[in-house]
Design a binder for this molecule. Structure first.
Ligand SMILES: Cc1ncc(C[n+]2csc(CCOP(=O)(O)OP(=O)(O)O)c2C)c(N)n1
Ligand SMILES: [Mg+2]
Length: 572
């Protein structure tokens, strides 16, 4: 540690540590519990941009999205009990999505700890099952050490959230202490033998298939991964909401396994004789509820690459488990040479199968007709035509997202911000975070009417910080996803899923954003052009309300069809 002999407050030591670890932006809702840290953020030449949001869930989701976009910890500051409770959703998403993130929480003064002082919470108990590490700093002298550890824990192995509680006096007390150095991400590297075995197993297979997912990806890792799959001509399916690891226009990309996966793709995955699972945990949403592979011993030969050794063998027994970070694995995989004197660059025994799988993916991306005047499938086709390849699409949870995931072709690394945790309200804060980080890229947020109203107040944040995102609110006047489940399980018994909504365009305009309602397919293109132009010229958000028929519950079925099928099957 460098020795400095100046007296500094805990807040100043903390903010200096953030600068040293490369923090460029923090998201917060202020609280009196961490005033000294706020003051230090102001004092440090404003070197760290501070984004003030309107709800701690917004701040935490923005920080999580920053972690996804950069592979560096997203930083969020909130106040004690109430602030920490609101921010918990970001910690949960960072945990499920394997995103590096650090949540700083102001804590009551140390002299009154354990009394249930005002808004006092035991953070290790509250976040223990969700965060990778929870710590309360007890002395300002230890800030450099513990903050360094927080960055290491958040980024090493399987990335994830860390929670740091900061008692008021630890931030305001002064001391002399040295600073740490910038953190270095710690990652496992695949062994040469593992990689040779992987190449041999591919050579021995007739129908290999790669299932890619998980966290910890970087742009370089995605590029290396693409080289690997090209060299071996491997078909690549993506896990749930991990559709931006390989460019969806790549001839080897064959679709995503997620909620409601394409039956043809599921059949292909089941029928493969070698599964190379790279990065993901193979959780419930990617494996069609753990039905895709036999537990614990899959029928296929199985390679599982994961950053956390504890994930290997947790559910599935792999023939070849490889513990490695994604950049480390991808770099080693890109260096592998396919078998044969000329390599397999032009043709492998499974080349025809790759082409067939790609053709099936493309065919599945042609939307059929849907009830109502505004066709969401047609909207997605228009967006595919007009959006640049590097456009970022963000969303939360709801059936509207099925259209986005099914019909959009994500253009590669971090063109998708979507919570694998299935958290509603994620899309808008994630989109704002993306626009702040990439002001020159187009950022589109998709939200349902339910989803949007869980974080719509962040339109104010977008206006304040000139984040010109375009928000498409898909309005079916219901919590449609739950209504669909209801019709399946309790046909005709509609309860607690119907919504009466505000005038969304008027609400947007009240914030200073653009707002328009679109009620038919033919009107979408021009409305979208106006929204885009406004967002660019004014550097403010633009919202379009897309009014869709509640019957149009998924791209392939209607509410009535769901209900009738359930009644026929004797449900309810
Ligand atoms: C924070 C949160 N609360 C509740 C849920 C359960 N849930 C999943 S989808 C959904 C309804 C989404 O409604 P909407 O945004 O209008 O989209 P739609 O399904 O109607 O297209 C609900 C309540 C959730 N996933 N996340
Ligand atoms: Mg809805």
């Amino acid at each position: 540690m460098a020795n400095t002999k100046t007296l500094r407050s805990g807040g100043e030591i903390l903010v200096e540590a953030l600068k040293i670890h490369g923090v460029e932006r923090v998201f917060c809702v202020p609280g009196e519990s961490f005033l000294a840290a706020i003051d230090a953020l102001a004092g440090a030449d404003r070197a760290i941009e501070t984004i003030v949001t309107r709800h701690e869930a917004g701040a935490a989701n923005m920080a999580e999205a920053y972690g996804k976009l950069t592979a560096k910890p997203g930083i969020c500051f909130v106040t004690r009990g109430p602030g920490a409770s609101h921010a918990a959703i970001g910690v949960h998403t960072a945990s499920q999505d394997s995103t590096p993130m650090i949540l700083f929480i102001g804590q009551v003064g140390s002299h009154m700890r354990q009394r249930e002082a005002w808004q006092e919470v035991d953070y290790p108990a509250m976040f223990g099952g969700m965060a990778k590490w929870v710590v309360e700093i007890d002395r300002p002298e230890r800030i450099p050490e513990l903050i360094s550890r927080a960055f290491h824990v958040a980024t090493s192995g399987r990335p994830g959230p860390v929670v740091v509680a900061l008692p008021e006096d630890v931030l305001s007390d002064e001391c002399e202490t040295g600073d740490a150095q910038a953190y270095r991400r710690v990652a496992a590297h695949p062994g040469a033998q593992d990689m040779a075995r992987l190449a041999a197993m591919i050579g021995e297979s007739a129908r290999p298939l790669v299932l890619v997912g998980g966290g910890g990806w970087t742009k370089a890792a995605c590029r290396d991964f693409a080289h690997f799959v090209e060299a071996f001509d491997l078909p690549v399916a993506a896990g749930f909401r991990r559709q931006d690891i390989l460019d969806n226009n790549h001839p080897n990309y064959i679709g995503h396994a997620g909620l409601g996966p394409s039956p043809k793709l599921v059949a292909r995955i089941r029928n493969a004789d070698l599964i190379i699972a790279v990065g993901g945990r193979l959780g419930e949403t990617t494996t069609n509820g753990y039905t895709m592979f036999d537990v614990p011993r899959p029928a296929q030969r199985f390679v599982h690459v994961h950053a956390d050794p504890n994930e290997l063998g947790r559910v599935y027994q792999a023939d070849l488990p490889i513990n490695a970070g994604m950049p480390e694995f991808a770099a080693a995989a890109a260096a592998l040479k396919p078998k044969g004197p000329t390599g397999w660059r032009t043709r492998t025994p499974w080349s025809d199968e790759v082409k067939a799988a790609r053709a099936a993916y493309e065919a599945d991306q042609t939307p059929g007709p849907m009830p109502g005047r505004l066709d969401l499938g047609a909207v997605m086709m228009h967006l595919r035509d007009v959006l640049p390849k590097d456009a970022i699409l963000a969303n939360g949870a709801g059936n509207y997202a099925i259209w986005v995931h099914k019909f959009h072709r994500y253009g590669g690394f971090r063109t998708q911000l979507a919570p694998t945790s299935g958290a509603m309200g994620y899309g808008l804060p994630a989109a704002i975070s993306a626009k702040l980080h990439h002001p020159d890229r187009e950022v589109i947020c998709f939200a349902g009417d339910g989803c949007f109203l869980m974080s719509g107040q962040e339109l104010a944040t977008a206006c304040q910080y000139k984040a010109g995102v375009v928000v498409l609110v898909v309005n079916n006047n219901m919590y449609g996803s739950i209504r669909a489940h209801q019709e399946r399980e309790y046909p005709g018994r509609v309860f607690a899923t119907t919504l009466e909504n505000p005038d969304f365009p008027a609400l947007a305009r009240a914030y200073g954003a653009f707002g328009e309602k679109v009620e038919e397919t033919a009107a979408f293109a021009d409305a979208f052009a106006r929204a885009r132009a406004f967002s660019v010229e004014q550097k403010k958000p633009a919202l379009l309300e897309l009014v869709i028929d509640p019957e149009a519950i998924t791209p392939s079925t209607t509410l009535t069809a769901l209900r009738e099928a359930a009644l026929k099957a004797g449900h309810g």
